[in-house]
Design a protein around this ligand. Structure first.
Ligand SMILES: Cc1ncc(COP(=O)(O)O)c(C=O)c1O
Length: 475
């Protein structure tokens, strides 16, 4: 609960609680029949004695606002709005009927457990706050004047930012494109969503990596897409599996995250990247390359050429974002592709949100323009190596009998195989109770017995304690 009691107020605490619940009911946020938190839970959340909540509930009960049902707990009274004679919509039914599917309950559970709570977070796939460029953004805000139009933006995104992304792609990734072939999106996630919604249809078949980035999976399900798996090993997928799936299921699109894959950290060998493109050409099937991590490579010896940079015939739709190289909260991503595709996606984005907010676009453009961008990437890589190494040495010391892993050469995730017959979900529950979070592997792929530990998200000084807590949760 985000609401807080005002302990300085003259209004007694129990009355503040009763007023708060009454207001939520009046605003329609707690419809009739809503289960209220138990007295003990609410008291814990608000930091008061259980007796204070009991009194608040007594007040609401005496007004007929809530009812206490034996065995079911305390609920908003089903007739609470009966006096007004208005008919209450059955929101539960609406909520269940929507065509856009909700996240899996286990995901909602993890999100609820980590959001705003003081636990050691190896679960969220983002950078830690000590890696985000707060000072650089402050400097930009202090030095640069904002002269952008505050009207609706171009449906493809701010031209200044698109020009900088074109230059960035050429300088850092050897990808050649023009601002016309770039669409700015709300992170890579929106780019994936637009591709699925605009270029595929109900019943189409696609191939995707197993395991893979979990948040693309509900998008496929909501769109009624048939999904077929490309198993990912320590060196990424086997390109021949694409051929195999195509022959059996007439695959219409292939989704890959070839460099420092989420969650395995694997990198597809250069030969296999070339083979994927050969197959795409042979079959005339487009590849959606999701590439948030290739810039955070831990060694200059690794060839991180993207599929897009090797693609000379236009088979690849290329997606990337600022989330893993600057800040996930900026919500800046981009997709590069043929003009007709970009225009189709931009048209859809315009219908959905009338274009991206100018403020993060302006900030992203200034950041890309500044010398501090490349300094920041170097710093980021240095700190990520440090975090990865601290994590690995602690795992080797504390848990080497219980899990194994391949050391990733870039990115932010460590994919660990559990050696014992440990149920990942039970492990997660124990871990959450001990104040540490991770993602169970079977949420990301078809195999159980794995967990994903995201070292990029944790402050270095907390990693050791996180692993001690994880160890405590193993038994
Ligand atoms: C492979 C992959 N694609 C897309 C995303 C979404 O990122 P964004 O914050 O840019 O939407 C993530 C985030 O974890 C990811 O790992």
């Amino acid at each position: 609960m985000e609401w807080k009691l005002d302990k300085q107020s003259d209004i007694p605490l129990y009355q503040q609680i009763a007023n708060f619940i009454q207001k939520r009911i009046a605003y329609g946020e707690y419809p009739p029949g809503t289960l209220l938190p138990s007295e003990r839970t609410l008291a814990k959340e608000l930091g008061v004695n259980r007796g204070t909540v009991v009194t608040a509930y007594d007040v609401l009960y005496s007004h007929g606002t809530i009812e206490r049902i034996k065995g079911s707990g305390t609920k908003v009274h089903k007739d609470v709005w009966g006096l007004t004679r208005s008919r209450i919509p059955n929101w539960d039914l609406y909520v269940e009927r929507g065509s856009f599917l909700p996240n899996l309950p286990i995901y909602q559970h993890i999100r609820g457990e980590i959001h705003g709570k003081d636990l050691i977070n190896f679960a969220s796939g983002e950078l830690a706050h000590d890696l985000m460029p707060y000072d650089i953004f402050k400097e930009i805000l202090a030095k640069k004047e904002f002269h952008q139009s505050l009207g609706y933006e171009h449906p493809q995104g701010n031209l200044g930012l698109r020009d900088r992304i074109v230059k960035h792609l050429e300088d850092y990734k050897n990808i050649k494109c023009s601002s016309q072939s770039v669409l700015i999106t709300s992170g890579a996630q929106q780019a994936l969503h637009l591709v699925i919604q605009c270029l595929l249809n109900h019943g189409d078949a696609i191939a995707y990596e197993d395991p893979s980035y979990a948040h693309s999976l509900p998008l496929f399900r909501s769109a009624g897409i048939k999904t077929f798996k490309l198993p990912v090993g320590p060196n990424g997928i086997n390109p021949e599996d694409i051929l195999y799936l195509y022959q059996r299921h007439k695959i219409r699109m292939v989704f890959l995250n070839p460099i420092f894959q989420n969650p395995t950290g694997s990198i597809l060998s250069l030969n296999n990247r070339k083979r994927v493109l050969e197959i795409a050409r042979e079959l005339g099937v487009p590849i959606v390359e999701d590439d948030p991590y290739s810039l955070i490579s831990f060694s200059n010896d690794i060839d991180t050429s993207t599929l897009k940079s090797l693609d000379d015939r236009g088979h690849v739709l290329y997606i990337s974002s600022f989330s893993k190289i600057a800040a996930s909260g900026l919500r800046i991503g981009w997709i590069v592709g043929p003009d007709n595709v970009i225009q189709r996606l931009a048209d859809a984005k315009q219908q959905i949100d009338f274009g991206h907010s100018i403020f993060p676009q302006w900030m992203a453009a200034e950041f890309l323009d500044s010398d501090l961008f490349s300094t920041n990437i170097k710093y980021l890589v240095h700190k990520l190596i440090e975090k990865r190494d601290i994590l690995i040495s602690n795992l080797e010391e504390e848990l080497s009998d219980h899990l194994s892993f391949h050391v990733p050469e870039g990115g932010i995730h460590l994919w660990c195989r559990l050696r014992d017959e440990i149920n990942e979900y039970q492990l997660l529950e124990r871990a959450l109770r001990n104040g540490v979070a991770f993602v169970p592997g079977s949420l990301l792929g078809s195999k159980s017995g794995y967990i994903r530990l995201t070292y990029g998200r944790v402050e270095s000084k907390l990693i050791q304690e996180g692993i001690v807590r994880l160890k405590k949760s193993m038994f």
